[in-house]
Design a protein around this ligand. Structure first.
Ligand SMILES: [Zn+2]
Length: 410
């Protein structure tokens, strides 16, 4: 075979393997001592003689500055809490006008950062829809412009639906009522907000699972998926009842309340990526979880069999424990993903076994190395249609309950 064809074939083979399952090296060790973050100036942006106002004065907001270019064009400067940081440029603001009119809003980011999130809008900060109006990328710059009709009624605009620590607290209270268990404060964030945990099911069971989310502030689809997943576990059908009789479930619904409410791109109020602190535990949020799990699992008969840490990125990815390394439930992740796929045939999962050697920096490597837990860092796509996301999450909850009931001896 001519050499060039052989190389082309090899590349083709490599590409097709890449699409499904690609081992990924463990996350790099980064220092997780406190680093300063830039807090936004908070208030209403107004302009001499202007009749349009912007505000970032609410939890979850992020806009660092607004410039009025002309009567109908406004440029919003969107910057991160500190650098280096992942390019997940979260923004959120309110806008209103004295008279009904159409304006153009241009989002402009700090150097090296491209626009990522298409705008969502709301009239009340609770019900959101994706803005489908004409929008354009500036081909010469990373800027992004869109048209918006504004009037005396406030319009909320955000990178994803707002889901603040107060919103998640309200939901946790509903879960508490439904499951008949308290919300326990297991620690405080850097700025003094509660880190909450709930645990329901068979309180005496040694067979335990863990669900957590929002280590990273803008990752709202992870939260939506977790919510649907939990709600399916709490239904009153025979499967969910049987599952609750056999297993104990831990839920940590909001690990980075400060970052979420400050509208950071990724980091905590301590200025660090919490999912790189599962080694040094320098940050109060991760420390609280570490100590909580140590207390809960002090009796070594208690096994943390399976953990799901919900995140978001541009596509759907399952980071799993490398199947070659034996967890408490070897191979469970892949079986579970396949079982979900049978229910949701348009799910095209990308599965990435994480090489989990050496010190553990992330939730996945920590839980696996400390407790042998079959752990998944589950990345949901920013752009998944929400109805699909909810349907898929419920199907995956059913698959997990069925498989665990079948595989784990009583
Ligand atoms: Zn994340």
């Amino acid at each position: 075979m001519p050499k060039i064809i052989a190389v082309a074939l090899l590349l083709l083979v490599l590409q097709s393997t890449n699409a499904q399952s690609l081992p990924q090296n463990a996350a790099r060790l980064v220092q997780t001592y406190n680093r300063p973050i830039q807090q936004q100036w908070k208030g209403v942006f107004s302009f001499p003689g202007g009749d349009v106002w912007f505000s970032n004065n609410f939890p979850g907001a992020r806009v660092s500055g607004v410039a009025r270019v002309n009567d109908s064009l406004y440029t919003l400067l969107i910057t991160s809490e500190n650098t280096p940081v992942n390019a997940s440029p979260w923004y959120a603001f309110k806008v209103w006008s004295k008279r009904p009119q159409q304006i153009v809003i241009k989002l402009t980011y700090q150097q090296g950062v491209n626009h990522r999130y298409a705008p969502w809008i709301s009239k009340n900060g609770q019900d959101w829809s994706l803005l489908t109006q004409e929008s354009e990328r500036d081909s010469a710059t990373p800027d992004y412009s869109f048209h918006l009709r504004v009037g005396a009624d406030t319009t909320w605009v955000a990178a994803q639906e707002l889901s603040t620590s107060a919103d998640v607290q309200r939901w946790a209270n509903q879960v508490s009522k439904k499951a008949g268990v308290p919300v326990t404060v297991i620690g405080k964030s850097q700025w003094g907000k509660p880190i909450n945990a709930l645990k329901w099911g068979n309180q005496q069971s040694c067979s335990r699972i863990l669900l957590m989310s929002r280590q990273h502030s803008p990752e709202v689809t992870g939260q939506i998926a977790q919510k649907a997943f939990v709600e399916r576990l709490l239904e009153n059908d025979a499967l969910a009842k049987q599952f609750r009789q056999r297993f104990l479930v831990y839920l940590l619904p909001m690990l980075n309340p400060d970052g979420v409410d400050e509208g950071t791109w990724r980091h905590s109020a301590g200025g660090v990526d919490l999912n790189r602190d599962w080694y040094a535990f320098n940050q109060p949020e991760t420390k609280a979880v570490q100590q909580y799990l140590q207390r809960e699992l002090a009796n070594t008969d208690n096994k943390l069999l399976f953990a799901l840490d919900f995140h978001s990125t541009q596509e759907e990815i399952f980071f799993i424990v490398d199947p070659k390394q034996k967890s408490l439930l070897p191979g469970f992740s892949q079986t579970w993903i396949q079982a979900t796929q049978q229910q949701v045939t348009d799910l095209k999962p990308v599965i990435r076994p994480l090489v989990s050697e050496g010190p553990s920096y992330t939730s996945l490597s920590y839980l696996f190395q400390t407790y042998g837990t079959e752990t998944i860092v589950h990345e949901l796509s920013d752009n998944s249609p929400r109805e699909w996301l909810i349907r898929k999450s419920k199907a995956s909850a059913v698959a997990m309950m069925q498989l665990l009931l079948n595989q784990v001896p009583e």
